[in-house]
Design a protein. Sequence first.
Length: 414
Amino acid sequence: MTEALLNKIICIKKASRAFALVSAEKRSKCLYTMAELMRENKSVILDVNAKDREIAESINLEKKRINILSISEKDIEAMAAYFEDAAKLEDIVGTVTEHTEEANGLIREKKLIPLGVVLAVYEARPSVITDSAALCMRTANAIIFKGSKNAVNTDKALVDVLKKACSKCGIDENVIALVEEKGHDITYEMVQLDRYIDLAIVRGGYSALADIKKQSNIPVIGAGPGNCHIFIDESAQKEMAINIAVNSKVPRPLACNATETILIHKNWPMESTKELVETMQEKGITLRGCEKMAQLFGLEKAEEKDWAEEYFAPFLAVKIVDDIYEAVEHINTYRTPHTEAIVTDNSESAAYFMANVEANVVSHNASTRLTDGIGFGLGGEMGISTQKYPCAGPIGMRHMMQEKYFLFGKGTLR
């Protein structure tokens, strides 16, 4: 790590201490300013994003990766609106979670305070910057972004806008920072700086997450791949099952909570399976099936990798299973874990499935796309945690807070 980068991180830590004391009103004003400047700088952001896409195409980056890094006018408006929504959220900084008065006169309180500095390591997905910055502004945490080389121009343009908003509102712009130096070694060195960085949130593949955890001296939350499944049980209502399957995949196949595999009980009516297949194909989804599905419906035969794939694309793997036990075993073999769903009218089957699949979110008769920080009342998300501890599922505001004890005595002794 260069001396310049280390000094930059030290400045960010220093800025975070002052930022933790900034009022909720001032941070709300900054969020509104961020929304305003996002809209004012729309053309600049779109231009640099076009440049990133052009570079990505020149090096033959996968189409799905190019789609992920691409943003439109509609996306920028959604980002701006999110800042405005975050400005209206209840501010939890300083919330008293426990209050106890002891017999000896000691008063003990536990309050939520900002962690300090959060490091976000992520793929080329520009919305990570705006979503994460909004939550960190709301929780009074400083944030360092370490993104992909494939979106460096877009990331810089977005961060520049957000830093400008901070300065305009009298907040040290160092509370939002972008590390432009590339390479895994830089990340490994940063996660060893436990004096200056308090939490790392890593959005990416499991190999990258494992490597970072090996090097880290700070807590790491992994928001890994989302290989989500739907199991259609034999008692599932046809219309409900098809609607849930469509909603879980078609509107946004790039989402981490989009379904990647559908498992179908062998006793679910064949005409229902046929209608499901035809509906998905009509909506532009390419299906890859197990041997039986391939034979019955002329599908491309799925390979072993298809059962473990997070497609980020309009592709879907489908498999006929003998029973719920095979479905659960399949999911637990290939799960990430993220979100798993069962469609059934049998309450006993639902209970078995929900108790036995290894998932951070499990649904009965509901879309996998419902896994969302805003939908869960968390004010948004820094990602979807695919580990069990220190948190599982959407990473919201509460997960970026420390619970600090405050003792108030009158010369109280032990």
